[in-house]
Ligand binder design. Sequence first.
Ligand SMILES: [Zn+2]
Ligand SMILES: [Zn+2]
Length: 132
Amino acid sequence: MDDLRKVLFCLKCEQDRTVVLVRNITSSGTSQVFWMCETCEKRAEKKFIKHEIIEGSGYVIDEIRIKEDYSNQTPCIICGEPGEFHHWMPQAFIKEYSLNSKWYRIGDFLCHHHHVDIWHDIVTPGLVPKKE
Ligand SMILES: [Zn+2]
Ligand SMILES: [Zn+2]
């Protein structure tokens, strides 16, 4: 199916922009459909569009252009967003204290927010440089 476009107020650009209908596939395999601003490539409005609305307009969810596919990623154990591997023993300490490399294998999956902004911020402040 052809990309669907329209003009919509983009929250990030704070002005009217051309937006295109796209979807992200979450780690649980469901599609989150939204209007993406073609200028900043962010979600133009906060909400995702309900599947019933899209199907009710005669469109097929699976044919909408995919922006991000997180279906192969392990979800964050806290919130379910796409996760990254979090080492229980900070990697910097494994090196610094010459610990057994098996420490690299133990951990769990956290999204970037819960990993860096929450866990590292509270437990190891200053150890991981902050990305804005
Ligand atoms: Zn924008
Ligand atoms: Zn999370």
